[in-house]
Write a protein that binds this ligand. Structure first.
Ligand SMILES: Nc1nc2c(c(=O)[nH]1)N[C@H]1C(S)=C(S)[C@@H](COP(=O)(O)OP(=O)(O)OC[C@H]3O[C@@H](n4cnc5c(=O)[nH]c(N)nc54)[C@H](O)[C@@H]3O)O[C@H]1N2
Ligand SMILES: Nc1nc2c(c(=O)[nH]1)N[C@H]1C(S)=C(S)[C@@H](COP(=O)(O)OP(=O)(O)OC[C@H]3O[C@@H](n4cnc5c(=O)[nH]c(N)nc54)[C@H](O)[C@@H]3O)O[C@H]1N2
Ligand code: SF4
Ligand SMILES: [Mo]
Length: 748
C-alpha cells in the first residue's frame, strides 16, 4: 500500500519539511512539504536525493568484521556485540577509562538519541578522549560565548525576518542553507530584506552564490579580525557608540576602546584589502540603521584566531546597539523556566564548560567536553598514561574531514579496537575492526533538541520514523546502551545508569530519546507544562496533531540577554584576558614560496564527504577542482582544466583547476570532503570526479596542519582558511625556475 507521510529533513540546519512516499515499508520518494509553515514547499537537491541514500545498495545493513586480508565479513549483531564488549573490557582493564575514546561526526548532531546517549556515556565514563566535527566547525562559537556571556551555548542569530542591514561574513547561506541558525527558505528571507528597502553585504574572498545576489565585499582570507576591530575603532572614534548603554549592557568598555584605538581603518586597509572608507561606511550603517546585524560562520571560524573573531562579531553587534534587539542579532530560547540557573549548575561539569579539561597532547582546552580532533592521531600514537587505545567513530569521516588524514589513518590501524557506527563504509571505517549499521534519519523518529533555540522563527516539529530500519540497522543510542552494560561493573556511574535502564525497560517505561524530547516539549514554550497549560504541546501531540510543525511565536524575543548571562554582574564581558591575548597572533604569516591563500568551498550537491554516492547528486558529471583567479593562473602558465599540484607547508595534493574571476586574486578555493580513494564502500563516489589522476577527488585536508602548535589556542580549532599555498602545473617541476624550486624545497 502506498502512503504519504509527513516528516522533515535532517541533513542540514533548516530542517525542511518533507513528504515521504512509502510503499510496503519502503521509502519510494521524497518531495518538499508545501504545508510546512516555514519551508513552504522548499527542499534542496540533497534533501530530495535522500531516498537514494536510504535505498543505496552500498549501504551497510549488517554488522561487519574486519578479516585477515583487510576486507570485511558479515557477522550477527550478537557476535559483534559480544566481541566488542569483551575487547572494550580488556582495554579498560589495561588502560583505564582514558584508553577509550569517541569521535562523533556532523550527522550525529541531527539525532537527539545519538548525541544525548553518546554524551551521557562519555561523560559518565570520564574519558578525556571525546572528539567531534566541532573542532573543525563551531567550537570557537561556544568558546567565545563562554567568555562573553559565561554561557557557552548562548549563540546569537540574525533576526532575518526583521533586519534591514545585514552583513554576512564568511558564510554562504544560499548554498549551505544557513548555519548556527535554522532559517528555512533563507534565500527568500535574504531577498525580502532588499524588498523592504534594506541591504545585504557579503564579505567573502569569493564572489559566492550569495554574494552574487547581493553586494559583494571581497576580503583577504583570515583578516576579518582586523576588519571587525576597525569597525569598532570607527564606532568609538566617530562617537557613534552609545557608551552609556554599552556600560549598562557590558563590562570592559575602557579596555576595549584602548585596544581598538590601534586599528584605524586606514591601518588595516592594506592587510584586508578593504578600503578604509568602505569600513567607515559599514560601521556607520551598522550603528545608524535601526535594525542591523553582522553574522559570521565557517569563514570566520576557521582562521588562526577564530575565537577572537567570533567574539568580535558579537561585540560589533553589541557596540552598534544591535545585540539582543529587534532586527539585530538575537537569542533564541526554549522558554524553559530557570534556564540560567540550569546552565550555571551544569557548568560545574567538565563536559558543559570551556576548558573543563585540557588535552594530554598539545595542552589545548576542551570545549563542551570535546577535545581538538586534530590531536586525536597523536593521542593514539603517543605512549604513556592516557594513551587512546579504543575508538568509536559514529557518523563521522575524520580521515577526510580532519587535518592530516594520512597520519590519522595509520594511527587508527595501530589501535587495539576501532568500532564505527555508520550507514556507509567510508575512508575512516576502512580502518575499523567492526562496522555497525546505523539507521538513516527516516528510520528513526526525532525532535531535534540542539536546533530549537536557533530557529529565526521559533518553531517545533517532531516526526515518527517513516519506515522501519532497513536490514539490521539500529539506532546509535541502543548500541551505546549495550556498551554501558559492558563496562557497568568497572565504572560505577555507568553501572548505576545501566541498572536503571534495565529496570525501567522491565517495567515497560524505558528512558528513550522520545521520552527525553517529550519532557523538553512539555516544559518549553508552547508546551503543556504537564497539564498546567491546557491544549499545550507534547511530543505525541506534535507528531499526531501537528505533523507539519508549529510556529510557537511569530518572532524572536528581545531582552533575553540578561537571562542567559551567568557572569555575576549580568553583563557581557568585553575584556576577557584570554580573548585579548589572541591579539598577539594577528601578525601575518608570510612565506614568499607560498604566496597564495587557500579557502574552502561548499557545493550545493555535496554534504561534507558523504553524499557523493547518490546518482541524482552526481548527475551531469562532477569534478573536484581548485578555483583560481585568471591572473594567478596566467602567471603560472595554468589553463582551464589543467592538472595542478597544490602545496602547503604541510602537504600536497593534485587536482584539476577551474579558472574564474569569482575568486579574489591571490586566493584559491578547494571543496573539502573529496579524496575518496577506494578504501570506502562508495562505488559511485569512488568513480566520480574522474580525471587522469584517478577518481574520487583529492583530500584538501592533506594541506592542513594537525600540529598542536598550529591549532587555535582557545578552541583547538584547525586552521583551514587563509593557509599559505602555491599552485603549479603537474609534472612540470622545471617550468618556473627559482620559484617552483624553492616551493618544492619548502615542503617536507
Ligand atoms: N578543509 C575543510 N575541512 C572541513 C570543513 C571545511 O570547511 N573545510 N568543514 C568541517 C565541518 S563544518 C564539518 S561539520 C566536518 C564534517 O566532518 P565529519 O562529520 O567527520 O564527516 P562527514 O563527511 O560529515 O561524514 C559523516 C559520516 O556520517 C555518516 N552518516 C550519515 N548519516 C548518519 C546517521 O544517521 N548515523 C550514522 N551513524 N552515520 C551517518 C555518513 O555515511 C558519513 O560517513 O568537516 C569539517 N572539515
Ligand atoms: N550544500 C551544502 N550545505 C551544507 C554543507 C555542505 O557540505 N554542503 N555543510 C553543512 C555544514 S557541516 C556547515 S558547518 C555549514 C556551514 O555553513 P557556511 O558557513 O555558510 O558554509 P560555507 O559555504 O563553507 O561558507 C563559508 C564562506 O566563507 C568564505 N571564507 C573562507 N575563508 C574566509 C575568510 O577568511 N573570511 C571571510 N570573510 N570569508 C571566508 C568562503 O568563501 C565561503 O563562502 O553548511 C552546512 N550546509
Ligand atoms: S536545505 Fe536541503 S539538505 Fe538542508 S534540510 Fe533542507 S532539504 Fe534537507
Ligand atoms: Mo559543519
Amino acid at each position: 500500500m502506498r502512503e504519504e507521510k509527513v516528516t522533515y529533513c535532517r541533513i542540514c540546519e533548516p530542517l525542511c519539511g518533507m513528504i515521504a512516499t512509502v510503499e510496503d515499508d519502503r521509502l519510494i520518494e521524497l518531495r518538499p512539504d508545501k504545508q510546512h509553515p516555514l519551508s513552504k514547499g522548499f527542499a534542496c537537491p540533497k534533501g530530495i536525493a535522500f531516498a537514494e541514500i536510504v535505498n543505496d545498495p552500498d549501504r551497510v545493513l549488517h554488522p561487519l568484521r574486519k578479516t585477515a586480508d583487510g576486507g570485511f565479513e558479515q557477522i550477527s549483531w550478537e557476535t559483534a556485540l559480544t566481541e566488542i564488549r569483551a575487547k572494550l573490557r580488556a582495554v579498560y582493564d589495561r588502560h583505564g577509562k582514558s584508553g577509550i575514546g569517541w569521535y562523533f561526526g556532523n550527522p550525529a548532531t541531527f539525532s537527539t538519541g545519538h548525541t544525548m546517549w553518546t554524551a551521557t556515556f562519555t561523560t559518565l565514563l570520564g574519558t578525556p578522549h571525546v572528539y567531534s566535527a566541532g573542532s573543525q566547525d563551531v567550537n570557537n562559537r561556544f568558546a567565545a560565548s563562554h567568555f562573553l556571556y559565561g554561557n557557552p551555548v548562548a549563540a546569537p542569530i540574525p533576526d532575518i525576518n526583521r533586519v534591514d542591514y545585514l552583513v554576512i561574513m564568511g558564510a554562504n547561506p544560499i548554498v549551505s542553507h544557513g548555519s548556527v541558525m535554522s532559517s528555512p527558505r533563507i534565500r527568500d528571507g535574504l531577498k525580502a530584506i532588499e524588498a523592504r528597502g534594506g541591504r545585504v553585504v557579503v564579505v567573502d574572498p569569493r564572489r559566492t552564490e550569495t554574494a552574487r545576489e547581493f553586494e559583494w565585499l571581497p576580503i583577504v582570507p583570515d583578516t576579518d579580525t582586523l576588519l571587525l576591530l576597525a569597525l569598532l575603532h570607527v564606532m568609538f572614534d566617530e562617537g557613534l557608540a552609545d557608551e552609556h548603554r554599552i556600560t549598562k549592557q557590558a563590562s570592559g568598555i575602557e579596555t576595549l576602546k584602548r585596544v581598538v584605538a590601534r586599528f584605524a581603518p586606514e591601518d588595516v586597509a592594506d592587510r584586508t584589502d578593504v578600503p578604509a572608507e568602505t569600513i567607515r561606511d559599514m560601521a556607520r550603517t551598522l550603528v545608524t540603521t535601526e535594525r542591523a546585524a553582522i553574522y559570521g560562520r565557517i569563514g570566520t571560524s576557521l582562521g588562526r584566531t577564530g575565537t577572537l573573531t567570533t567574539a568580535l562579531l558579537d561585540i560589533v553587534n553589541l557596540v552598534a546597539g544591535n545585540l539582543d534587539t529587534v532586527g539585530g542579532s538575537m537569542f533564541g530560547d526554549l522558554g524553559v523556566p530557570g534556564e540560567r540557573l540550569g546552565i550555571s549548575a551544569l557548568q560545574r561539569f567538565p563536559g558543559f564548560t570551556w576548558a573543563g579539561r585540557r588535552s594530554r597532547v598539545g595542552d589545548l582546552p576542551q570545549v563542551l567536553g570535546t577535545a581538538p580532533a586534530s590531536v586525536m592521531a597523536k593521542e593514539m600514537t603517543t605512549p604513556g598514561t592516557g594513551q587512546l587505545r579504543a575508538l568509536f567513530v559514529s557518523a563521522g569521516n575524520p580521515v577526510l574531514s580532519v587535518p592530516n588524514g594520512a597520519e590519522l589513518s595509520s594511527a587508527l590501524d595501530g589501535l587495539d579496537l576501532m568500532v564505527s557506527l555508520d550507514i556507509y563504509r567510508n575512508e575512516t571505517n576502512a580502518h575499523a575492526d567492526y562496522i555497525l549499521p546505523a539507521t538513516t534519519m527516516y528510520e528513526r523518529g526525532d525532535f531535534l533538541l540542539p536546533f530549537q533555540m536557533l530557529f529565526t522563527t521559533p518553531f517545533r516539529q517532531a516526526t515518527d520514523p517513516v519506515i522501519s530500519p532497513r536490514g539490521e540497522a539500529r539506532e546509535e543510542w541502543t548500541v551505546v546502551t549495550e556498551l554501558m552494560g559492558a563496562i557497568g561493573r568497572r565504572s560505577p556511574l555507568i553501572g548505576a545508569l545501566h541498572a536503571l535502564d534495565v529496570a525501567s525497560a522491565k517495567l515497560g517505561a524505558r528512558w528513550t530519546p522520545e521520552r527525553l524530547s517529550d519532557l523538553v516539549v512539555r516544559i518549553s514554550q508552547g508546551g503543556n507544562r504537564f497539564g498546567l497549560r491546557r491544549g499545550g504541546l507534547t511530543y505525541r501531540r506534535l507528531v499526531e496533531e501537528n505533523p507539519h510543525g508549529v510556529i510557537v511565536a511569530d518572532h524572536l524575543t528581545p531582552g533575553r540577554l540578561r537571562k542567559l548571562i551567568t557572569h555575576r554582574d549580568r553583563r557581557v564581558c568585553l575584556d576577557a584576558p584570554e580573548i585579548l591575548a589572541e591579539l598577539d597572533r594577528l601578525e601575518p604569516v608570510e612565506d614568499p614560496r607560498l604566496p597564495l591563500r587557500l579557502i574552502g568551498l561548499r557545493e550545493i550537491r555535496s554534504e561534507n564527504s558523504w553524499q557523493h554516492n547518490a546518482p541524482l547528486l552526481l548527475r551531469g558529471g562532477r569534478r573536484h577542482a581548485a578555483r583560481m583567479h585568471p591572473d594567478d593562473a596566467r602567471q603560472r602558465g595554468i589553463g582551464e582544466g589543467d592538472l595542478v599540484t597544490v602545496r602547503s607547508a604541510y602537504g600536497q595534493i593534485e587536482l584539476p583547476v577551474t579558472i574564474t574571476d569569482e575568486m579574489k586574486a591571490g586566493v584559491v578555493a578547494i571543496p573539502h570532503g573529496w579524496g575518496h580513494n577506494g578504501s570506502g564502500g562508495w562505488t559511485r563516489a569512488n568513480a566520480a570526479a574522474a580525471t587522469d589522476l584517478g577518481s574520487g577527488g583529492a583530500n584538501v585536508n592533506a594541506l592542513i596542519s594537525s600540529d598542536p602548535e598550529d591549532l587555535e589556542r582557545l578552541a583547538g580549532m584547525a586552521n583551514m582558511t587563509g593557509v599559505p599555498i602555491e599552485v603549479s602545473l603537474l609534472d612540470t617541476g622545471a617550468d618556473t625556475g627559482d620559484r617552483s624550486e624553492s616551493a618544492a624545497s619548502g615542503v617536507g
